[in-house]
Write a protein that binds this ligand. Structure first.
Ligand code: 13P
Length: 249
């Protein structure tokens, strides 16, 4: 049985005044039956982790450096995220790939650093609209999976998030056939490379304009094991119904 996961990516949003949303989420989800994660900006990570202590809701980072420590001004290492309370770290988000030119090899090195610090990497893959329109989606996803996932993963130490770049923050969502095609492809690639045991144990999240209104339909698609949620994770009133939909899926 693959554990289901609803992860909220706050991106570059949130200061102390938003911490009330964390309390509200805790109150709305007293005993979550699926894994739930909030990935706040690093400045809030330890405060969010403290508030969520004992709640069954975890915390994650949004990026990390590949090495544990050193002369890298402004960067945050995986052991630092773990020290602040994180259990997971999002890696290779398309916004990092675009804004910071991160390559598959960068993402792979970061994932190695995360695993060495006992964090579970949530490795993001996804095609642009131009790549989809050129019928290159599966080739792009296959290349990103091959290049971004290190050889050292285990089934309980990896999450994949499929986030079509054109669906992020746009309100556009692929139809369920399109989501299913990519998720089945990702599952097949993981099983091919890591064996059926490991490949089947990896949760594959969908991300891109997930809302309370479309979550149940998306969670019913084959090999969708949860969601990576951006905008709708910022408010407990929007995120809790998405978690509820996952619990009911
Ligand atoms: P939205 O849910 O705002 O579309 O963002 C998705 C995303 O990028 C999550 O990582």
């Amino acid at each position: 049985m693959v554990r289901k996961l609803a992860a909220g990516n706050w991106k570059m949003n949130g200061t102390a005044e938003n911490l009330g949303e964390v309390d509200a989420l805790k109150a709305a989800l007293p005993r979550p039956e699926v894994d739930v994660l909030i990935c706040p900006p690093t400045t809030l990570l330890s405060r969010v982790a403290e508030r969520l202590d004992g709640s069954g809701i975890g915390t994650g980072g949004q990026d990390c450096h590949s090495v544990r420590a050193g002369a890298h001004t402004g960067d945050i290492s995986a052991p630092m995220l773990a020290d602040a309370g994180a259990s997971h770290v999002i890696l290779g988000h398309s916004e990092r790939r675009n804004d910071h030119g991160e390559t598959d090899a960068d993402v792979r090195d970061k994932a190695k650093g995360a695993i060495a610090a006992d964090l579970t990497p949530i490795i993001c893959v996804g095609e642009t609209l131009a790549e989809r329109e050129a019928a290159n989606t599966l080739a792009i996803i296959g290349g990103q999976l091959a290049g971004s996932i290190p050889d050292i993963v285990t089934g309980d130490r990896l999450v994949i998030a499929y986030e079509p770049v054109w669906a992020i923050g746009t309100g556009k969502v692929p139809d369920t056939d399109q989501i299913g095609e990519v998720h089945d492809f990702i599952r097949a690639k993981l099983e091919q490379r890591f064996g059926v045991g490991v490949g089947r144990a990896v949760p594959i999240l969908y991300g891109g304009s997930v809302k309370a209104g479309n979550a149940a339909e998306i969670f019913a698609v084959s090999n969708v094991g949860g969601a990576l949620v951006g905008g709708a994770s910022l408010k407990a009133a929007d995120f809790a119904p998405i978690v509820a939909a996952l619990q009911g899926a």
